[in-house]
Structure formats: C-alpha cells, structure tokens
Ligand binder design. Structure first.
Ligand SMILES: *Cc1c(COP(=O)(O)O)cnc(C)c1O
Length: 525
C-alpha cells in the first residue's frame, strides 16, 4: 500500500475511512431521510395545489450560492418546506396521471449505494464490479425476453434514449447492408431522404423525435392507422408498405409498441415479426411500458414475438417501480453495436480490448453513466419474480374493474372498456347543454376543466388526452397500492366537479377568461 499524508481538513465533505467523514455522511443522509419522512408523515394529498407564481416567489435565484455556506440541516429543512412540500407525491393512490411510478423501497436503498460509490459505467477502471453486474443484468434481460445467445444491450436513461438507439442502429445497419455506406464515418447516405420508418399513430412521439435527430426528418416516419383496440392496423401497414415500395422509397424499420402511452395497447408482434423478416426490415419493439409483463406468467404471452425483434426498449422507471432514471436498450446481436462504437485511448483502448478488458462505453451514446442496474438488481433479488408479477397483475385487475365501474355510470363514458394494461381512458358526460357552445365542444371544455380543478385542489392528479380529437381523462394505474375504493372516490370527485361546473354554466361567460387562476378554482371548489 502507498503511504499518504492524511489531510483531514475536508473529511466532513468527502467519504473516507475517518470517523469524522463517516459521521458526517451518516448525519447528512440521516437528515435527508428524516426530511423525507417528515414530508411523508404529513402527506394527505398527491399535490399541494400551489400556483406557479407563488412557488416561483419561494424559490429565489439570489440565495442559491451564498458567500459562506449554511448548515446542512438548515438547507434540508428549507428544501423540505419549499421543494418536497410542493412536489407531486407519486406514492399517493390518487396520483394517477402518468407512467410515473412510486419507487420501491429496496431500490431507494440501492440509490444510496449508487450515489455513494459513484461508479461510472464507461470504463472498467471506473466501475469494475459494476460493469460486470450490468453485463449480468443484460444477460438476464436477454434471456428473459427470449433473445438469442448473441443478444446484448445496455442500460439507458429511459425510453427516449432506447428508442433513439434502436433507430440509430437500424439506420446504420440498413445504410451499410443496402448501400455499403458507413454512416458513422461518412454521415447520411445520398438516399437518406428516401428512408422511411413505420409505426402506428399511437406510437410514442420519440419515434419522430429520433427520426429528426437522426437527420432523416420527422417526415421519414410513416404513421399507420390503428384498429379498434388502438393497435397497429395490419391492412393499413401492408398498404403503406406497398405504396412506399411502389414509390421507390426505402422503408427500413418498423417500430412496434408494446404498451402505448394512452391505452397500453400492444401491437400484434408475431405479425410484425413475419413482415419485418420477409421484407428485411429492422423491428424495434418499444416496450417501455409493457415490457414488465414479461415477469407475469399470466400476461407474458401478450409479448409473444418480442424475442424475434432486432431491438427492444424497456423502461424500469415505469412498471418495474424504479426511481428515475432506469431503462435498457436490448439488441438481438451484439455485433450491431459495432456500427456506433468509438474507441477512446483513455477509456477503451484497442490494447485493453485485446486483453479482454470489458468496457461498456462502446455500447452507449452516453460516456459517464450511472450504475442504475444496481437498484434494479437489488429490487429483483429482494422482491423476487412472483411479487413483481403479483403487483403488476393487481394493477391490471384494478384497471379492468375501474373500466367496468365507469361503463355502468350514466355520467361517465369509458373509451377502453377492456384495458390492455392499466390505463383507463374516459370522459365526463354533461347533461345540460351550454348556452353558447356546441355540445361536443362543451364536453371537451368541461373535461379539461375537471382535470385542472382537481389538480388545483391537489386532491387528484389525473391526465388529459385526446382521442379522435375529443378531450378525455386518463387514469394510469401503475401504483399497486391504488385500490378500487380509491378509483371509486376519484371518479366521484370527477363527477362532482363536472356537475358543479355544469350548474355554473350560466355564469360561464363571466369566468371564461379566468380559467387556471387561483380565484377561479377557489370558486369552483
Ligand atoms: C415513457 C415512454 C417512452 C419514453 O421513455 P422515457 O423513459 O420517458 O424517456 C417511450 N415510449 C413509450 C411507449 C413510453 O411509454
């Protein structure tokens, strides 16, 4: 061991083997835990309902970096009051807007280790055991999703990055195999303007975003109609494909969605696999939302076909209940990463690679990267597959029963009577007409207002979406602790709020310009 002279002056700021440092660490993390606990023990609503202008006055720019620092306890207390107190409580059963999950407690313990050890996943000398554990996790994922033994992948910041990587590899693979063109070296091929990606109109917006970032442009994405269950319409797909080939264009990838954001619909994967294989297209499956079904013996057959995809997106910060961020990108053959690989002499030199030293930087578009695999590892080991599966199944059952409840209600209309996953889309039905508005517009408006009023009250956090141009409300029931009693109470609030608004319609014109303001909501509630 090397002898060093210990400079103790910074022990209170950095972890090391001294007791000063360890005490400081325990106190700091303990104080943060206490602040969180205080927050949770007084938590009644998913949102404080505070208005943006008030919050904005609480958080002042000129106090951020004082000349002399404050005591950590003071800072944490303040953060508890001003920030945590006005954060959305994703753990609350009435927080049901987005694909935004309550994180598992074992994963939170994992986060402590991830941050304290601060491994960086780009090179072996920055993350030896972490590199190997991430590799094992990827092997487990590959096997679980049924990929071939050449399957590989990498942890990502989430679905946006994973979808981008899928289309990046698809683009480069096509340019190379079809035109003998190396995009990494030469940039886009002359045929780039003719390259096309197909996905359903319910696919995630990041498919278009990726096409734009990849230099192909959003117009390179051809959207296919959906069927009555919001899945890609195969006849329309076939028609669009023959049109593209007829026009001399170059379709090169199909993006299938396994769990659409609004309805949780799963595209017919086996049918897409057979088309992709017959036509030599890359099949990317965006399973950001639905990928977790693979853990459930009752539901995993819905993902059948995914094993034949070229690449897969799976998010762990959704139905795997991980703290943000945590996702993975999987590919059916490790060799595809060669199209984007970089060798940096300081990270993964060719000499190191010849020695067989594993470095994950070549598989990622990130360089410095968090050890997010650890929290998922800890969660899977602690809960086990069966517990994960039962939580996921529970959310699907709650969603199904909630949809049935809505279907029976005269004042509500369910848009997806049989939820494919755990999202339920519905609308309030106003009974009275509006004096100066067509009924459909009035219905849109009242549904919009219901969401805003509930948000401003802080009692329920619901989402809005549009279906065939109509404003709808959405419950995304990711939280296994949200029960049927909770959804019943939420629907009650929706109806009460809608009815109250209906009764005020005579005064509508007077108030229309005040929507969103505090006084308007105070009046409403
Ligand atoms: C959430 C989601 C994404 C985006 O993933 P992020 O983790 O938010 O980057 C992409 N596709 C689908 C289907 C999603 O649900």
């Amino acid at each position: 061991m090397m002898k060093t002279i210990h400079d103790s002056s910074l022990d209170e700021w950095f972890l090391n083997r001294t007791s000063t440092s360890q005490t400081a660490y325990k106190q700091a993390v303990g104080a943060a835990v206490n602040t969180v606990q205080t927050q949770f023990s007084s938590l009644e609503k998913p949102m404080s309902g505070v208005q943006a202008d008030f919050l904005s006055s609480l958080l002042r720019e000129d106090t951020i970096c004082p000349e002399e620092g404050l005591h950590l306890d003071t800072v944490l207390y303040e953060v508890g009051q001003k920030v945590l107190g006005h954060s959305v409580a994703v753990h609350h059963p009435a927080c049901v807007a987005h694909l935004h999950c309550p994180p598992l407690i074992p994963a939170l313990a994992g986060e402590v280790m991830v941050s304290a050890t601060n491994q960086s996943m780009d090179s072996w000398d920055q993350s030896p055991a972490a590199t190997l554990l991430e590799e094992r996790m990827i092997q487990w994922l590959s096997r679980t999703f049924g990929l071939s033994p050449q399957g590989d992948g990498v942890f990502t910041s989430g679905g946006t990055q994973s979808n981008f990587m899928g289309l990046l590899l698809a683009r480069d693979h096509y340019a190379w195999t079809r035109f003998g063109w190396n995009v990494q070296k030469r940039g886009l091929p002359p045929e780039a303007r003719e390259m096309r990606i197909l996905c359903s109109e319910a696919a995630h917006f990041t498919v278009k975003q990726s096409a734009a970032l990849l230099g192909l442009g959003e117009d390179a994405v051809v959207t296919v109609k959906t069927d009555e269950r919001h899945r890609i319409h195969l006849d329309d797909l076939d028609q669009q494909l023959s049109q593209l080939y007829g026009d001399g264009l170059h379709p090169f990838a199909i993006v299938a969605t396994a769990g659409t954001t609004d309805f949780g619909s799963i595209d017919p994967l086996p049918e897409l696999v057979s088309r992709a294989h017959a036509l030599g297209l890359w099949l990317h499956v965006d399973a950001a939302y639905g990928g977790a079904l693979i853990l459930s013996n009752s539901y995993k057959e819905r993902l059948q076909g995914i094993e034949a995809a070229h690449s897969i997106t799976v998010d762990f910060h959704k139905l795997f209940y991980q703290p943000i961020s945590c996702g993975a990108f999987l590919v059916n053959d490790v060799k595809h990463f060669n199209r984007i690989k970089q060798n940096a002499d300081y990270l993964n030199s060719t000499e190191d690679e010849e020695l067989g030293i594993p470095n994950l930087v070549g598989k990622s578009i990130q360089t410095t990267r968090r050890f997010d695999a650890l929290k998922l590892y800890i969660s899977l080991r602690t809960l086990g597959r069966a517990q994960f599966a039962s939580m996921i199944e529970k959310t699907i059952n709650t969603a199904t029963a909630t949809a049935q409840m809505i279907a029976k209600d005269q004042r509500l209309e369910v848009i997806n009577p049989v939820p494919e996953l755990n999202a339920v889309v519905f609308r309030f039905i106003p009974e009275m007409n509006h004096p100066d508005m067509p009924y459909s517009k009035w219905q849109d408006q009242i549904n919009h207002e219901i969401r805003h009023a509930l948000l401003a009250s802080g009692d329920v956090v619901l989402a809005n979406t549009k279906v065939n141009g109509n404003v709808c409300l959405k419950l995304t029931l990711l939280n296994p602790r949200t029960t049927l009693e909770d959804t019943h109470a939420i629907l009650d609030r929706v109806k009460k709020t809608g009815k109250r608004r209906e009764l005020q319609k005579g005064e509508w014109n007077q108030h229309a310009s005040n929507i969103g303001s505090a006084s308007y909501h105070a009046e409403l509630l």
